[in-house]
Design a protein around this ligand. Structure first.
Ligand SMILES: NC(=O)c1ccc[n+]([C@@H]2O[C@H](COP(=O)([O-])OP(=O)(O)OC[C@H]3O[C@@H](n4cnc5c(N)ncnc54)[C@H](OP(=O)(O)O)[C@@H]3O)[C@@H](O)[C@H]2O)c1
Length: 314
């Protein structure tokens, strides 16, 4: 990746490609059927394929596979000898009822990862009862103590983002990012004011589920719906409704040297100024997703996709 294709994470000095890899898939059985559809060897190959494509940004969480995702990612990084940009997350579970619990969880994450610090530490959800300001204070302490380079949040509304940003600013720490669901099939952040606020505050949007859990790849159809938990989220009727969008993704891809629907959908996310973190179960998926970089949809094509997404989603 040449330097002009890198983006800064918010107002921090951290520079990354606008596409990383989500690693919830590595270790999670409930949503992602780890060991049934893919194994440790597949995850390792996905990791290596990403490095081969010059993608070094990996998103994990203590909650993914109850720590297994962090363990696998740490092992793969060590085996590769590469320096990677690692983002992990703290889950404010109900019994973590005071700010001091963050430090213990962070140390446990670092131990599973086998790292002395992470580049990005994120609050996974804005759950009560601990106030946002108290969590941000604990985050700023972790930055001060060299355990964390940058601080992010996830699933925060505009108002919660503003509070987190203000609390960190009191400690001289920028809020680097807000990780939220964003794709052609989920554009609430454009309408809620969150995206505009993040632009105003220079907080990067990290887009999770950027290919709508596989629905934008085009491989799932009313005749071939997803199984497991995803079948409850995406009904046959829903898959029927989104087919015109899939067709458009395919047609547009032809114009750009045969890009696939996933690559076009991910490029759309990047064109909107967000950092996409598609999950990959194996090398083939990681390699295909990396092909969303190095080219750009025209503004007209972004508009056409916007209109079609409005039509099929509303
Ligand atoms: N902060 C949060 O609350 C939050 C929530 C959700 C996710 N995340 C993060 O965001 C990452 C990505 O989101 P996500 O996993 O929900 O959804 P996603 O990236 O939209 O979809 C990932 C799934 O799509 C399929 N897929 C991926 N690339 C493909 C390709 N090139 N061709 C065909 N199929 C492909 C795979 O599943 P199949 O092969 O089984 O179809 C894969 O597991 C996660 O790994 C996690 O790091 C964060």
């Amino acid at each position: 990746m040449s330097s002009e294709q890198l983006v800064s994470l918010g107002a921090t000095d951290l520079q990354i490609a606008p596409l990383g890899v989500g690693t919830w898939q590595w270790g999670d059985r409930q949503m992602w059927s780890y060991t049934k559809t893919h194994t440790e060897a597949d995850a390792r190959a996905a990791f290596q394929a990403s490095l081969d494509s010059k993608i070094f940004f990996f998103d994990t969480a203590e909650a993914y596979g109850t720590g297994l995702s962090e363990k696998l990612l740490g092992a793969f990084i060590r085996e590769s000898g590469q320096t990677c940009v690692v983002a992990t997350k703290f889950m404010p579970l109900p019994w973590r009822a005071w700010r001091g619990t963050l430090r213990g969880a962070l140390r446990a994450s670092l131990s599973r990862l086998g790292l002395e610090k992470v580049q990005l530490y994120q609050m996974h959800w804005p759950f009560p009862p601990v106030p946002i300001e108290a969590w941000m204070d604990a985050m700023a302490d972790a930055v001060r103590d060299g355990l964390v380079e940058c601080v992010g949040v996830s699933n925060y509304s505009a108002e919660q983002t503003r509070r987190a940003h203000a609390a960190l600013a009191l400690r001289g720490v920028p809020l680097a990012s807000n990780q939220v669901q964003y794709s052609l099939l989920e554009r609430k952040i454009e309408k809620s004011g969150l995206m505009a606020l993040c632009r105003e505050l220079n907080v990067s949007i990290i887009a999770y589920s950027p290919i709508a859990k596989g629905m934008l790849t085009g491989k799932y159809t009313p005749e071939n719906p997803p199984s497991g938990l995803r079948s409850r989220i995406y009904s046959r009727g829903y898959l029927e409704r989104i087919q015109p969008l899939i067709k458009l993704l395919r047609n547009l891809g032809e114009k750009y040297d045969g890009k696939t629907p996933s690559q076009v959908a991910l490029n759309w996310v990047i064109c909107k100024g967000a950092i996409a973190i598609p999950g990959a179960k194996n090398a083939r998926q990681a390699q295909e997703n990396a092909g969303a970089l190095g080219w750009q949809l025209t503004e007209d094509d972004v508009d056409v996709l916007d209109r079609m997404s409005d039509e099929v989603v509303s």
